[in-house]
Design a binder for this molecule. Structure first.
Ligand code: AOS
Ligand code: ZN
Ligand code: ZN
Length: 399
């Protein structure tokens, strides 16, 4: 496929840069997607589940090998903790992938029962800040740029705690932490409207995340997880706004039917994924000069994990290709003329374009299989890991 032409409309704030193309697409995989997962009712084991972070990296490398789309893997600490991070980096390198974002974990330790960075207990906050400082130290060794923070902090009942004082506590913790973020590192704050807390959450929405990160400095940005909004939320508007404000640091892509379902991206609502990617391209979130990290945040409960991730990155690629095909000139002309249905028609034309044959050709031109899913399934990898990886304990969810 010849790379789809990029829009004439200049990317916001970046008018002179080369237009984005499909070759710019790189999607980071979450290490935890390869571990067993499930629901609050049961974790489903599957044959061949990685027993170590090294085996998770090996699985992630398969996704990249067959798609060319997933060059890096996000780590979760302490799930992926090792003695020798430089060695882990070399291991990843040998597999043909890099280590990416480091995710902290403040949702499983007993200490954090009533909160972590937003706790009003200074001793608890100390433990939480120290955990993040440890993550920063790990990042120096793995060469990671981003420290991603998602907090389970919140309350279940009105009156349970002082929600305003908790905002102040959070600001204090983040400021202490941010002071240690290196010049080439970023603090990325993720928001989520509920769960595990059911009354209030301390970082529930993009506005709160934005307020907290702008108080810190330029290297503090927001992560938008597509599953973290109330039903009916116009997510592409949030994308446009955060890009416009220069604070969209990253995505956690997944899809949802009900809450934070963490399903395969594009499975529930491909049109929403398209609309989001249209705004990403429009706002300069793809291609040279972009600092937006595109990541997956998924849990594969009943499906095989490696093909689940392959399906996801292909879905993102497909919708990106359609977003790049949007005829921005025709769209701008129709918008300027208040041609409501004309503008909508131009938009829908791009969405309805079947790019699959062109993408197959694009892959073959780059020495990749035209059908990555079929090629992976034919490779025998799943049978091999099922045979090899017996015994041991899995790492990550359900460990
Ligand atoms: C939790 O709902 C968030 O999406 C986080 O990104 C979390 O760290 C991730 O799901 C791994 O547990
Ligand atoms: Zn997430
Ligand atoms: Zn989530």
């Amino acid at each position: 496929m010849t790379a789809p032409a990029s829009p004439d409309l200049p990317a916001a704030g970046l008018p002179d840069r080369r237009p984005a193309t499909l070759d710019d697409l790189a999607i980071e995989l979450p290490s935890w997607a390869f571990g067993n997962s499930g629901t609050r009712f049961r974790v489903w084991p599957s044959p061949g589940t990685p027993r170590t972070v090294q085996e998770k990296l090996a699985d992630a490398a398969q996704v990249h090998r067959y798609t060319g789309l997933a060059p890096t893997v996000a780590l979760h600490i302490p799930w992926d903790a090792v003695e020798d991070y430089a060695g882990l980096r070399r291991h990843a390198d040998d597999l043909g992938v890099g280590l990416g974002t480091v995710n902290s974990n403040t949702f499983q330790a007993e200490t954090f029962k009533f909160g972590s960075l937003a706790s009003r207990d200074a001793a608890v906050r100390r433990v939480a800040v120290d955990h993040h400082l440890e993550c920063l130290a790990i990042m120096a060794e793995t060469g990671s740029r981003d420290l991603k923070i998602w907090l389970a902090d919140g309350t279940n009942y009105p009156g349970q705690d002082d929600i305003r004082a908790r905002q102040d506590a959070l600001a204090e913790s983040l400021a202490e932490l941010y002071a240690q973020v290196g010049d080439d590192q970023r603090l990325v704050l993720e928001y989520k409207f509920f769960e595990p807390a059911f009354y209030h959450t301390d970082v529930p929405d993009w506005g709160t995340a934005y307020a907290q990160v702008t108080a810190l400095g330029e290297r503090a940005v927001v992560c938008l997880d597509t599953g973290h909004h109330a039903p009916g939320t116009n997510i592409e508007f949030i994308v446009a706004q955060l890009l416009r404000l220069g604070r969209l640091g990253s995505f956690d892509f997944n899809s949802r039917f009900y809450a934070d379902d963490d399903l395969i991206v594009g499975a529930a609502d491909p049109f929403q994924l398209f609309r989001i990617l249209v705004e990403v391209v429009r706002g300069g979130g793809l291609g040279p000069g972009s600092d937006v990290a595109l990541m997956l945040d998924q849990c594969h409960n009943v499906e095989d994990k490696v093909p689940g991730q392959i399906r996801s990155v292909l879905n993102v690629q497909e919708m990106t290709a359609r977003a790049l095909l949007l005829d921005r000139e025709a769209l701008a002309a129709a918008q300027a003329a208040n041609d409501v249905l004309g503008a909508h028609g131009v938009f829908m034309d791009a969405f309805y374009t079947d790019v699959r044959p062109a993408l197959a050709a694009w892959r073959e031109e780059r020495g990749l299989p035209a059908d990555p899913m079929a090629a992976f399934l034919a490779s025998g990898y799943l049978a091999r890991i099922a045979e090899d990886r017996v015994g041991g304990t899995q790492a990550g969810w359900g460990a």
